[in-house]
Design a protein around this ligand. Structure first.
Ligand SMILES: *Cc1c(COP(=O)(O)O)cnc(C)c1O
Length: 224
């Protein structure tokens, strides 16, 4: 078994039942993904449309691809022409509308997560908790024609401070639960809470994550 194959097996073994693993393969060549595939991994995450396109054409078509990067509106058409199972990183209402219009035009239903921004870094993308709550309170999700909002994605602050990381994930999780438990919102299939990366996935899981996005701990460090 390759190193990457062994990493897949040990990361998977460390996850409680009900927590799924996205192998974040951005910046790694297709041969590395193939090693993970050969160890049984079928769910991969990519952050650039061009790179996703190249990899989908080189790798088996029983792979489920998640898009996890910042998506520019002028790349939406190209992304939706690819076999993408879930866009995890919808970070504005405007982007959501563009995805919805383009999906309707194509006659497909696109599954997305809305990205929630709670971290300290200004550079990170996403809805604020207040924006997100208001979006649903105003029932805007009910006007989507061809998009299914399946849950929330979020990142914790980039810090060693475990208390801060825990607070960030707790806020993301409580926002998710508040929405999911509000029957007046008529949310259907709103069941995915994507939190946790290589270094903070255990904390994320203890806060309720059911989808972790792990890159470095599987593929090693990235050469940007
Ligand atoms: C790159 C990336 C990851 C993976 O991070 P690692 O620290 O390598 O595990 C997870 N989520 C998102 C949104 C990313 O962009």
């Amino acid at each position: 078994m390759s190193t990457i194959g062994n990493n897949i097996i040990s990361v998977k073994a460390s996850l409680p039942q009900g927590v799924r693993l996205v192998a974040v393969s951005k910046f790694h060549p297709a041969e590395r993904l193939r090693e993970a595939y050969d160890a049984g991994q079928r769910l991969f995450g990519e952050s650039r449309v061009q790179e996703l396109q190249a990899k989908t054409s080189q790798l088996p078509d029983d792979i489920q691809w998640h898009f996890i990067g910042h998506l520019q509106s002028n790349k939406v058409r190209q992304l939706l022409s690819l076999p993408v199972a879930l866009i995890e990183s919808v970070d504005t209402e405007r982007l959501l509308r563009i995805i919805d219009d383009e999906s309707a035009k194509r006659g497909i239903t696109t599954r997305v997560l809305l990205q929630l921004h709670v971290a300290m870094e200004e550079t990170k993308f996403g809805f604020s908790p207040e924006e997100l709550i208001n979006f649903f309170a105003e029932k805007k999700h009910l006007s989507l024609k061809a998009t299914r909002i399946s849950g929330i994605m979020g990142m914790a602050s980039n810090t060693d401070d475990t208390a801060r990381i825990t607070a960030d994930f707790s806020l993301i999780a409580s926002t998710f639960n508040r929405l999911r438990n509000d029957s007046s919102l008529q949310l259907q299939g709103f069941d995915t809470l994507s939190m946790g990366m290589s270094d903070d996935r255990d904390i994320a899981i203890s806060c309720g994550s059911n989808l972790v996005r792990v890159g470095t701990a599987i593929f090693g460090s990235r050469q940007y």
